[in-house]
Design a protein around this ligand. Structure first.
Ligand code: HEM
Length: 485
């Protein structure tokens, strides 16, 4: 008898509890929609699955990204189950009820409709409350247009191109002296020194080393749960931020003392921020200057490294592409009397820039970016409630066979002018589209110029597995052997 009761309990209750847990968030948010909200609009959430209490779909997400290492199947499994429909699925991810958008047009809609979908950081203390990436409206426009003028327009690109090449050239010369190098680490070193040089005129030395450590610590904080308690990653990241800010504050003070009565300005991004004025003619506060210099450094630092690393990887795997790239760059090299090339020369190399764009497409540095809804949104008969997280899945746009024929193939020739602008969203879109997109393309192009015309290389582990979190990177950091041509 007792056994019978237990059996009935196990057979009946366990699956019931399992189902209840599995659908918990769907039931809960469904109830909220129908009972607690005023009955305006459709009150119908987009299709999708919101999963377990608190965790939502986190385990499913990790299953595809970490365990299977097939990130695209996370979205593909949803596409198979619910169809493409309105280009959105509801879910519960990263601790919040969310809607994922994954088609070019829905991503574009979210990124452009800035009154309804705002960029709101889960950790504003870490990113800096006055930083360009955290402010809105006029303050955003003012700093953004200054940053674009200073780093992303032809004049700025010309100056930067000349400033960054000596470090690229000497890094390449030093690589050949070693048996093998880890590309990711090495490109990161060059990139960091370069960015610090043209942003803040910092030279190689202990301060630069410390700054690198602090910024790396900050970067890990963006991926951590925002718990400001000693021992937790986020706490450490905030400490790193304090130390990085202290380095820049000291530099500000030094420049002010030096500039007193003299015109001995450095004319770099930091100087520009110090002299930037608002509509009333007031300078930015120190906090604004410090938040922005660290924010822009963080935004531009790792992304270009990742793309350059992937370009090296793809060129090793597609030798016929490397050959064409090399031919084009050799023609440029041979007609020059000096080693340095100009930004105009690089940006005019048709095939090279196709290789760069194809590398950016496939590198998928930002798998997704976030927005938050500021109001209830009605979209094609569905409602997205106020305060929900929007996960704009950029990666899907670049690997969807509907947008790119044989999408995982590295084929620079596809950049023949036929690609629709909305099918390339690696730099985001709308008023917050990447402020350093031309600079990023130029830097990758310059690196490929020097590498392809002077060196040949091979992958040490051509079949190395790829980690997709937090950013797509081969497990070995892309080890290569490299020799002079
Ligand atoms: C290939 C390399 C790069 C990629 C793939 C990339 C990608 C992105 C993306 C997707 C966004 C939009 C974020 C959002 O809307 O939430 C963004 C914003 C931004 N990026 Fe980049 N980026 C790259 C290189 C750079 C570089 C070199 C810089 C300059 C230092 C830079 C500076 C910025 C800034 C300042 C923003 C914020 C713009 C704003 O909020 O108005 N990025 N980037």
């Amino acid at each position: 008898m007792t056994v019978g009761i237990w059996l009935t309990a196990v057979i009946g209750v366990v699956p019931l509890v399992g189902c209840l847990l599995w659908w918990w968030n769907d039931i809960w948010y469904g109830l909220v929609m129908t009972t607690l909200r005023p009955s305006k609009g459709s009150n119908k959430l987009p299709p999708g699955h919101m999963g377990l209490p608190f965790l939502g779909e986190t385990l499913t997400f990790l299953w595809y990204f970490r365990f299977l290492r097939r990130p695209d199947d996370y979205i593909n499994s949803k596409r198979q189950k619910y169809g493409d429909g309105i280009g959105m699925y509801k879910t519960y991810l990263f601790g919040r009820p969310s809607v994922i958008t994954f088609l070019p047009e829905t991503n574009k809609y979210v990124l452009r409709t800035t009154e309804s979908f705002i960029l709101k950081w889960a950790n504003p203390d870490l990113v800096g409350k006055m930083s360009l990436v955290a402010v809105h409206g006029k303050a955003h426009l003012r700093i953004r247009s200054f940053v674009i003028r200073s780093i992303n327009q032809p004049d700025a690109l010309r100056r930067i191109a000349i400033a960054v090449q000596p470090r690229m050239i000497s890094a390449l010369q030093s690589w050949v002296k070693r048996d093998k190098i880890t590309s990711y680490d090495e490109i990161k070193k060059v990139s960091f020194e370069n960015i610090c040089k043209y942003f803040a005129s910092f030279e190689h030395g202990p301060t630069l080393h410390q700054l690198k450590e602090h910024l790396s610590g900050m970067l890990t904080g963006f991926r951590a749960y925002p718990l400001n308690i000693p021992g937790f990653t986020f706490y450490r990241a905030l400490q790193c931020r304090r130390k990085a800010q202290a380095i820049f504050r000291e530099e500000l003070d030094k420049r002010r003392r030096k500039n007193d009565g003299s015109n001995d300005a450095m004319n770099d991004l930091l100087d520009g921020l110090m002299n930037l004025k608002d509509e009333e003619g007031n300078n930015l506060s120190d906090t604004e200057v410090l938040d922005n210099i660290t924010g822009i450094l963080l935004a531009g630092y790792e992304s270009t490294v990742i793309v350059t690393m992937w370009a090296i990887y793809y060129l090793a795997k597609w030798p016929e592409v490397l050959e064409r790239l090399r031919d084009e760059n050799m023609v440029l090299k041979k007609c020059k009397n000096e080693q340095l090339v100009t930004s105009d020369e690089i940006l005019k190399l048709e095939y090279t820039m196709k290789v760069v764009d194809e590398s950016i497409r496939l590198a998928n540095v930002s798998t997704f970016i976030f927005r938050t809804t500021t109001e209830d949104i009605e979209y094609k008969g569905y409602t997205i409630p106020k305060g929900w997280n929007m996960v704009v899945w950029l990666r899907n746009v670049h690997v969807d066979p509907k947008n790119y024929n044989d999408p995982l193939c590295f084929n620079p020739d596809r950049w023949d002018g036929s690609i629709l602008p909305e099918n390339f969203q690696a730099f985001g879109g709308g008023p917050r589209i990447c402020a350093g997109n031309m600079l990023a393309r130029l830097q990758v192009g310059l690196f490929l110029h020097h590498m392809s015309t002077g060196y040949k290389w091979e992958l040490v582990n051509p079949e190395a597995k790829v980690n997709y979190l937090p950013i797509p990177k081969p497990e070995d950091g892309l080890e290569i052997t490299i020799a002079k041509l």
